[in-house]
Design a protein around this ligand. Structure first.
Ligand SMILES: NC(=O)c1ccc[n+]([C@@H]2O[C@H](COP(=O)([O-])OP(=O)(O)OC[C@H]3O[C@@H](n4cnc5c(N)ncnc54)[C@H](O)[C@@H]3O)[C@@H](O)[C@H]2O)c1
Length: 308
């Protein structure tokens, strides 16, 4: 199977995530069958789709004609077999309940053509659990979008225990084709990568708020105006490079080593050996200037009003 063999898309569940996932495929030109459990829910989802597309038109991302074409490509249905029988690629986006996902994956496995790839948008469950009865282990995969999925570009693409490289590569390329930014995950774990990172910040913020260190308003403000401000430009590794932390003396850079902690050891060895992650130390000043220019543009846009 190749990317070009994917011609018809299915989306199961048209809630917060499902309708936006359907939009991505429909704008990219794919006929998309979208199922849910009632006509009322589907009517609301079609309204949500039209409102979302109207905003895209307003911001000149698509034309009225492209929006109209996208809507005609989406077929709502209450019969999940309409999705299963014809789709080459299906995204499951129903409630995050293991039992429901297991039933749905088994149904899709039994009713879809043998070549069909079945993806889940789960945030916290793992394919090795709810997908364990599926016969086509090589053709199940994770595509984890972030709300709203038709706007936020990143999608985690992850493997279950039996996912083939072929499936993974097709899905990775499919995400690019629908103008998403695929993020490769090599192992599976509840919460996957991005939510685990995000949750560290949330949990610590909630703890410090509960301890009374700062108000919820100031914690929000602090994040948005500091590391949140930087984040469109850099993640933690590039930040480490650009902040020049790699140049600090080793005893300041690292806390005392814990020889029993293997993960800790691996991180230290890597940092010692590589020094920087992305920035060439020879071109450090250049990279800092580039960063500063981008920061200034954003600072001007967000914080210096015309009256100032
Ligand atoms: N909401 C988020 O921010 C977010 C982000 C990333 C991933 N996810 C994941 O996406 C999935 C869906 O989440 P959501 O927020 O869209 O939930 P939601 O409750 O808004 O939508 C789920 C939809 O699935 C439908 N549904 C339930 N059983 C069904 C069935 N058997 N057949 C067809 N439709 C069925 C429901 O009627 C509902 O409309 C979950 O796995 C969740 O973990 C959610």
């Amino acid at each position: 199977m190749k990317l070009a063999d994917i011609k018809q898309i299915g989306v199961v569940g048209s809630g917060t995530m499902g309708f936006g996932i359907a939009i991505n495929f429909a704008i990219a030109g794919y006929p998309t069958v979208m199922s849910d459990i009632s006509d009322e829910i589907l009517e609301q989802s079609m309204k949500n789709i039209k409102s979302a597309l109207a905003l895209f038109i307003e911001y000149e991302i698509i034309t009225q004609k492209q929006a109209d074409d996208a809507v005609t490509r989406i077929t709502p249905t209450t019969d999940v077999n309409d999705v299963a029988s014809n789709s080459d690629f299906i995204t499951e986006a129903i409630f995050d309940r293991s039992k429901d996902k297991r039933e749905m994956f088994n149904l899709l496995d039994e009713s879809s053509p043998p070549h069909t790839i079945i993806a889940s948008n789960t945030s916290s469950l793992v394919l090795s659990d709810f997908g364990s009865d599926v016969k086509r282990q090589d053709k199940i995969v994770l595509t984890h979008y972030f709300a709203p999925p038709h706007i936020v570009p990143g999608v985690e693409v992850g493997m279950g225990p039996g996912t083939s490289d072929e499936t993974f590569d097709i899905v990775y390329d499919l995400m690019k084709k629908i103008k998403r930014v695929p993020i490769r995950l090599y192992t599976e774990e509840s919460g996957y990568l991005i939510n685990r990172l995000q949750n560290v910040v949330f949990k610590e913020a909630a703890r410090l708020w509960a301890q009374g260190m700062a108000s919820a308003e100031d914690i929000e403000l602090g994040i948005i105006s500091t590391f949140g401000f930087r984040m469109p430009h850099e993640g933690p590794f590039k930040h480490y490079d650009l902040a020049g932390i790699w140049k600090w003396p080793e005893d300041i850079r690292f806390p005392p080593p814990d020889p029993t902690n293997e993960v800790d050891k691996k991180i230290r060895e890597h940092l010692k050996e590589r020094k920087t992650w992305f920035v060439d130390p020879e071109k450090f000043d250049e990279a800092v200037e580039k960063r500063d220019r981008e920061y200034i543009r954003r600072y001007k846009d967000l914080y210096l009003s015309k009256e100032d």
